[in-house]
Design a protein around this ligand. Sequence first.
Ligand SMILES: CC(C)(COP(=O)(O)OP(=O)(O)OC[C@H]1O[C@@H](n2cnc3c(N)ncnc32)[C@H](O)[C@@H]1OP(=O)(O)O)[C@@H](O)C(=O)NCCC(=O)NCCS
Length: 397
Amino acid sequence: MPENDVVFVDGVRTPFGRAGEKGMYWRTRADDLMVSAMMGLLERNPGIPHDRIDDVAVAATTQSGDQGLTLGRTTAILAGLPLSVPGYAIDRMCAGAMTAVTTVAGAIAFGAYDLALAGGVEHMGRHPLGGDVDPNPRFLSEKLVSPDALNMGITAERLHDRFPSLTKERADRFGMASQLKLEAAYQAGHIQPDLIPVATRSDEGYGLASEDEGRRPETTMEGLAALKTPFRPHGKVTAGNASPLTDGATIAAIASGSFARELGLPIKMKMVSFAFAGVEPEVMGLGPIPSTEKALAKAGLTIDDIGLFELNEAFAVQVLSLLDHFGIDDEDPRVNPYGGAIAVGHPLAASGVRLMIQLAHQFEAHPEVRYGLTAMCVGLGQGGSVIWENPHFTGGR
Ligand SMILES: CC(C)(COP(=O)(O)OP(=O)(O)OC[C@H]1O[C@@H](n2cnc3c(N)ncnc32)[C@H](O)[C@@H]1OP(=O)(O)O)[C@@H](O)C(=O)NCCC(=O)NCCS
């Protein structure tokens, strides 16, 4: 246990939009998405004194243009925080927001900070995946990584190759379940409370984004079977079992337990442990397996202690590889009960806090669950895992 306990006070996000010209955020700046989320978080938590925010850590994978200029600082100023509040930018690709949270958590545990904001944003429409990168030629000339490692879809195909038991049928079924679970969660009102509506603009005029745009509740196995395999002829990865290209922002308030209690702030989750780990870049989707093992070991827990799982669905096959590793059924109700990134979208550096927001909501509904896991894979072969404890736990699992 850290010196100071670290708690998740609250987290919110923008609705996620489909990336590209037809998406609802095509004419919305990435930094403005974060500003909307940040203002929404502070508005619904009036107990957070703005001048007591010790830092603002905001992640983005592409850090240029409207995602450049040290996002934590720019968005804090734009959101109206006092100029005395510092901020910085952070990057661990898909695990950006997760790393923002664990980084400020380290500062809180050390006693340097009382409360900080941490999150991420990715506008994949304005910043296409891999569009602005210049990988060092040595990666390929010295065979440090296979060319496959640089295309996430191909790394997913390679997982299918490596584990023949991870069939396309299983991946499609998992993708469909994600869509149906998200729809059920919307119907039950589990998703909407943590969304901050965002004003949008299009040729038709002004609008208001209030729900995730990419949902496909009409998904069927027959429809999925007919989809193209864009990453490889006769492959297994399709638009139906992969996360779509997405625009969105997430932000959370992370504090020391004593500060939160002193100020009467909500405590939605308590951080137990976290870990990151590296794997072969060609099969980056395996990353959350060793990071979860490390996080469990640090916490002195086993996988059986975890009552709820929020696993980022970069690709169905990649989540399935983790479930197989730990002997968990594809349809285990503890896994992504509100669906996942295949249905809701995956704005890279924003997604880590989206997992935490969903887990926090489920903790409230499941006082019999003591521990939950948020975990995700990261490009170039990494995984990140954070284990959380449910403050509402009343006994049971
Ligand atoms: C897979 C991918 C290439 C698909 O991109 P796309 O072709 O622009 O996706 P679309 O949303 O247009 O979907 C393609 C087609 O599948 C259809 N489709 C998608 N999901 C579907 C579903 N659940 N059911 C039925 N049809 C579906 C679409 O309607 C579309 O059909 P159309 O071509 O007839 O219009 C893209 O989403 C991708 O690259 N995803 C991975 C992102 C990534 O790597 N993230 C980082 C992870 S580490």
